[in-house]
Design a protein around this ligand. Structure first.
Ligand code: SF4
Length: 277
């Protein structure tokens, strides 16, 4: 690998939603089957000997990344964060945010992830889906409200709202802005569409990144239904991307797929590069 690349761990295919565009075909009927922690540890420690290391931001998703909390495995995500941080990287958690509706779970998750951000003195990112497919608005409002009003959380957690480059996604984003305004938050969009949010008491400010540049791809259930199509490449940031999933599969640039079978990260990448030649 001689160009920049992203590393993503798909920890489960279980999800509490069942979005019809889901390119992972995730659903509540899928098994939890978490990515083994010792394997995450193995792959992350192997990055130390790589000539071209992955991008500093390591993403973790599913399925729903907070599924371990929902299934009473509360130590799993803190352990993942610890492994990623201690190897010199920074975690990005990709979530639908539905867990924000549960006060108990929201407090637990936000305090857990802030704890690791403080321990390693680097912000953790929450990438939250906001688009026409996700029925998650109320949970997302509560997550943003908590982080914006709690100064200890706002110093530890970075929020990025992620949607599609469609008019419908922007309508959902506007609805979210209105819901926050109804709760007394001041939402000030900047010239490129990110938000500065001010808490109702005016004492705390939070910056929220909005990424609504992705196209909808013809994958997963979308492919089955043959409804949503796009001819472009999903990794539109120009980086190569390696996904390692909870079924011992490696997926390169969303296109090439191999079983991992106890190989190292270097061996996996070399194998894909031989395939592409
Ligand atoms: S929330 Fe995400 S992972 Fe879950 S079904 Fe929807 S698109 Fe798929």
């Amino acid at each position: 690998m001689n160009k920049q690349w992203n590393l993503h761990f798909k920890i489960t295919n279980w999800c509490d939603l069942n979005c019809k565009h889901c390119c992972e075909c995730s659903a509540p009927t899928q098994p939890l089957k978490l990515f083994p922690l010792e394997k995450i540890e193995k792959y992350m420690s192997e990055t130390a000997s790589m000539d071209t290391k992955p991008n500093e931001l390591i993403s973790i998703g599913g399925g729903e990344v907070m599924a371990p909390y929902i299934h009473n495995q509360e130590n799993y995500i803190p352990n993942v964060l610890d492994i990623i941080y201690k190897n010199g990287f920074v975690p990005t958690l990709k979530t639908n945010g539905v867990w924000g509706n549960s006060d108990k779970m929201r407090i637990k998750i936000l305090s857990d992830i802030a704890k690791y951000a403080y321990k390693y003195e680097k912000l953790v990112t929450l990438d939250i889906s906001v688009d026409e497919f996700h029925n998650n608005q109320s949970g997302v409002v509560k997550i943003i409200s908590d982080i914006t009003t709690e100064i200890a959380l706002s110093y530890a957690i970075r929020i990025c709202l992620v949607g599609f480059n469609t008019q419908k996604s922007l309508v959902v984003l506007n609805n979210l802005e209105q819901e926050l305004s109804k709760k007394g938050f001041y939402v000030i969009p900047n010239e490129i569409g990110d938000w500065i949010i001010i808490s109702p008491d005016g004492k705390n400010t939070m910056f929220i990144y909005n990424d609504f540049t992705s196209s909808i791809f013809n994958k997963g259930r979308a492919k089955i239904n043959n409804v949503y199509t796009n001819s472009g490449q999903p990794n539109n940031d120009g980086y190569d991307c390696l996904v390692l999933d909870n079924n011992d599969t490696a997926i390169y640039n969303y296109k090439y797929r191999e079983q991992i079978k106890n190989r190292s990260l270097c061996e996996i990448i070399n194998s894909f590069q031989q395939t592409i030649k």
